[in-house]
Design a protein around this ligand. Structure first.
Ligand code: PGA
Ligand code: ZN
Length: 398
């Protein structure tokens, strides 16, 4: 794979924040990749950009592009990205850190080009590498339907504390599942009497956590859906207390664990992400123990797509599911390590978008290629639908 040219440009993401897209040109064509960005980020995520900010990263990336111009790379499997990483490391030693979002887009654009070079789709290249070319499983969507927490500005000074209330279909095909989620999403609008959407196009509301759950339960029954929550507790946990907006609801650790156990039972929750603080591995374990494996107790801020944190969570028996956001770790080689651990220890994999998204659809290829069980995105909006559409297209091609 001969790099004829590589060029970055600044683009705006769905939150109108700056992001960077890279385009690499080979004899096979032009391959682009752009990075999403999170708002409720985990403490252990790699830094997205150079400590001097995105402008510095952009400046360095421009220089780096000249470095790889007219170089040859032979990439057939994911670990071959090491050839690129060696060049990155030498460059960073001399000039400064590029940042996780930059290595993420470099890996993404290189993999897209490598797939074409090897006459494969990107998901196929990954699937051949990690699943020995077995027919891939098609995931189910986890759709963010109603929002609160850091992603949603309050209405009348009120909002639910939980960040995401999700719908999870159980259909035979992915395309049918996406349609069901869109129908249920519009029904939720009517029941909530909501007019406003948040960062991920989920409905905003002034209702409480449980009022929202009550509404979702009726929708779930009608459309044969399961309910999920991203509680994103790290965003309202401080010094031993979970600071719910309603002052009567400030909870200590044990109250929080009890509360989550009660919610799981009362609303038959199928999926619960970050129910307790990102450092509390044993708190996760207590909740998981209680569910007899029937609910997916999922790490996001807890694990930050980091193989070491995942291994710690596996040893502590904290989780049975993990959010995989490749830009949290900034390396597809490390994502592969996470996936291998998940397969070995039977951890359910959820490939996830970020709250600030771009029009890149690479997440669909990553999810199918690595064998993800679920793909988590918003239910509508161009940046979300383009990823779901990619999975639909892959499904049709099989
Ligand atoms: P983020 O949130 O993309 O803002 O980090 C999404 C999530 O917590 O799952
Ligand atoms: Zn999360």
């Amino acid at each position: 794979m001969f790099i004829k040219e590589a060029k970055p440009r600044v683009i705006l993401n769905s939150r109108k924040e700056k992001s960077i897209e890279i385009a690499i040109h080979t004899y096979e064509g032009k391959f682009t990749c752009s990075a999403p960005s999170g708002k409720s980020t985990g403490k252990h995520e790699v830094a997205s950009y150079n400590s001097k900010g995105i402008e510095k990263s952009f400046y360095l990336l421009k220089q780096f592009c000249n470095h790889i111009r007219h170089k040859n790379f032979l990439i057939k499997v994911i670990d071959d990205l090491l050839q690129l990483d060696v060049v990155v490391k030498t460059f960073e030693k001399k000039y400064g850190q590029l940042g996780g979002n930059i290595t993420y887009i470099l890996h993404g654009a290189f993999l897209k080009a490598a797939a074409k070079d090897n006459n494969k789709e990107l998901w196929q290249l990954i699937n051949d590498d990690i699943n020995n070319s077995k027919k891939p499983k098609i995931p189910m969507p986890i759709g963010n339907c109603i929002g609160g927490g850091l992603h949603s500005k309050p209405i009348n000074n009120k909002r639910p504390d939980f960040q995401e209330f999700e719908l999870i279909p159980k259909e035979k095909t992915f395309s049918r599942a996406v349609t069901i989620n869109i129908t249920a999403y519009h029904e939720a609008k009517n029941l909530l009497k909501s007019r406003y959407i948040n960062d991920e196009n989920a409905w905003k509301t002034d209702k409480t956590n449980e009022e929202v759950l009550y509404i979702l339960l009726s929708i779930a029954q009608k459309y044969n859906l399961r309910i999920g929550l991203d509680i994103a507790t790290s965003s309202f946990y401080k010094d031993g207390y979970y600071n719910y907006k309603n002052k009567e609801l400030i909870r200590d650790r044990l109250d929080q664990i009890d509360y989550i156990k009660r919610l799981i039972k009362k609303y038959k929750l199928f999926y619960v992400e970050d129910p307790i603080d990102e450092e509390d591995f044993s708190g996760f374990k207590e909740i998981l123990n209680h569910t007899n494996g029937k609910t997916l107790i999922t790490g996001d801020d807890l694990t930050t797509t980091n193989p070491k944190r995942l291994l710690r969570a596996i040893r502590a028996k904290s989780i049975n599911a993990i959010i995989i956001k490749p830009n949290q770790i900034g390396s597809l080689i490390k994502v592969k390590k996470v996936v291998e651990l998940c397969k070995r220890y039977n951890i359910t994999m959820i490939f996830s978008h970020r709250s600030g998204e771009t029009m890149d659809n690479i997440l669909g290829d990553y999810c199918v290629g690595f064998g993800g069980h679920f793909i988590k995105t918003g239910i509508i909006g161009p940046e979300r639908l383009i990823k779901l559409k990619r999975v639909i297209d892959i499904e049709k091609s099989l």
